[in-house]
Design a protein around this ligand. Structure first.
Ligand code: GLN
Length: 486
């Protein structure tokens, strides 16, 4: 087996037994990138020089046996909306072309402290607006399982890179489903932690009351390793929570006897692809065999979730994007005659179509006269959605749903129809509005051999419950071990 095909756990073992060096893994990963990324197009920027420097530091640590963690020497890819000092960070937006942040995101500081190696910056939808990575202002990323199809989004590059073995693990970010949905479409394990579990400092903001960074990996166990290293309170992010971080991997269980798994009736509706339904049924059977108890629950306000999200998220986005005015960052129009004209022209040229749509939606629902009718009302319904989950978690430990109603779609198939595109997050949006932790894990394939994922949800800060349930499933099945043939 090639080094690029292995998991964090396997590589860590080989590294500490001195069978391999960090440089060997990096060579192998970059060979893979050279061999397949011209087809997949997951990377916006390959940071070879930086990576080899980080690998040398890791090797030093391993040699001296000092500060060695599970991530020391492990090549990790980064979604391009996390700031890394001096390294181009674009958010896949033309507006940020040439931008080199003067500081580093907390998560990336933490990974550096753990000895990880950064392979490069991964493609995404511009500013994370989208579900297919087609909104990248540079180029679309292709699904490694079928190159004519989308990898999902907005963390499509992060999902495709792990799926195609072009990094050992990656970071994505999730606002309405941007880790979970691409994880599902590319057959990787993707985790959106509880809102507040991971610092958002240095993550280019989309919707600040929803955004979370999370790991995308080949296995649940690798995911547990990654989350432990990036989680925790941060004085630079007042919404990060000072709540004890369990040693997820050490405490992980494979036994789900007696675990109460809830199936929300509202998530098993008409319109879900037949094979997705069947895969859910099969997964439920696996859990029953393992001794879990299956309980039907209701989440009565589910129908409103997408509507609420498309008020709240664009409202926050339009305010967050006000800072891109041609003055402080990236692109500036130089033909303008005065300042206001310069703002207008820079924004006109720098933003893509979907970004403009979000800004228009957001400023509209926040404008005086409409604020009460839209934004305030949406916040009220958001509270009801959260209450539904609170009630459900009185009866069950975990909720199980499909991650996405369909498997991957063709590039171009939905890009002309934003509303249909918005519906691909129908199952991930409600739990995000409630701030819940949620994971997507591989659970099957459709007739075209396209991956299917299931979503596991827990109560706030109940990440360990999800790791346990997901790990039990990966012990009993081998969906997560299958790799695309590219
Ligand atoms: N697809 C959703 C949107 O376009 C979610 C994106 C995200 O989570 N960043 O808003």
């Amino acid at each position: 087996m090639e080094l690029y095909q292995q998991t964090i756990e396997e590589l860590h073992k080989a590294l500490t037994e001195k069978k391999i060096k960090p440089k060997d893994i990096l060579d192998s990963v970059y060979q893979r990138v050279d061999a397949v990324d011209h087809k997949v197009k997951a990377y916006l920027l390959v940071t070879k020089e930086l990576a080899y420097t980080m690998a040398a530091t890791a090797e030093d640590r391993l040699m001296k046996n000092e500060n060695v963690t599970e991530l020391t020497g492990i090549p990790i890819g980064l979604k391009d909306n996390m700031c890394l000092e001096g390294v181009p960070t674009t958010c896949a937006a033309k507006m940020l072309a040439g931008y080199r942040p003067p500081y580093t995101a907390t998560v990336l500081k933490k990974l550096t402290a753990a000895g990880a190696v950064f392979t490069g910056k991964l493609n995404m939808d511009e500013y994370a607006f989208g579900s297919s990575t087609e909104n990248s202002s540079f180029f679309p990323t292709h699904n490694p399982w079928d190159l004519e199809r989308v990898p999902g989004g907005s963390s499509g590059g992060s999902a495709a890179a792990v799926s195609a073995d072009m990094c050992i693990a990656s970071l994505g970010s999730d606002t309405g489903g941007s880790i979970k949905q691409p994880a599902s479409l590319c057959s990787v394990t993707g985790f959106k932690p509880t809102y507040g579990r991971v610092s958002r400092y240095g993550l280019i903001a989309f919707a600040s009351s929803l955004d979370q960074i999370g790991p995308m990996t080949k296995t649940v166990r690798d995911n547990a390793i990654m989350l432990k290293h990036i989680a925790g309170a941060d004085e630079n992010d007042s919404t990060s929570a000072a709540i004890n971080i369990p040693n997820y991997l050490k405490d992980i269980k494979t036994d789900v006897k007696g675990l109460r798994i809830g199936l929300p009736e509202e998530y098993f509706i008409d319109g879900i692809q037949k094979e997705v339904k069947e895969a859910m049924q099969a997964a439920i059977e696996v859990y029953k065999k393992l001794g879990a108890q299956i309980v039907k629950v209701n989440l009565l306000h589910t129908d409103y979730a997408v509507d609420v999200y498309y008020v709240v998220a664009p409202a926050e986005a339009s305010s967050n994007l006000a800072r891109f005015d041609g003055v402080q960052y990236g692109l500036r129009d130089t033909a303008a005659q005065n300042m206001i004209d310069m703002y207008k022209r820079s924004r006109q040229q720098g933003f893509g179509k979907e970004t403009k749509r979000r800004i228009m939606l957001g400023t509209y629902v926040l404008s005086s006269g409409y604020y009460e009718a839209y934004y305030k009302k949406a916040q009220k319904v958001r509270a009801l959605i959260k209450q539904d989950f609170d009630e459900a978690f009185k009866k069950v430990d975990i909720l199980l749903t499909p991650t996405s109603p369909t498997t991957s779609f063709k590039i171009g198939e939905k890009s002309g129809d934003p509303l249909t595109m918005y519906l691909s997050d129908i199952f991930t949006i409600a739990p995000n509005l409630a701030g819940l932790p949620g994971m997507s894990i591989p659970c099957g394939f459709d007739e075209k051999n396209l991956p299917i994922g299931m979503q596991l949800l827990a109560k706030p800060f109940g990440e360990q419950d999800i790791f346990n349930a997901a790990n039990a499933f990966q012990y009993a099945t081998d969906w997560h071990t299958r790799r695309p043939k590219i």
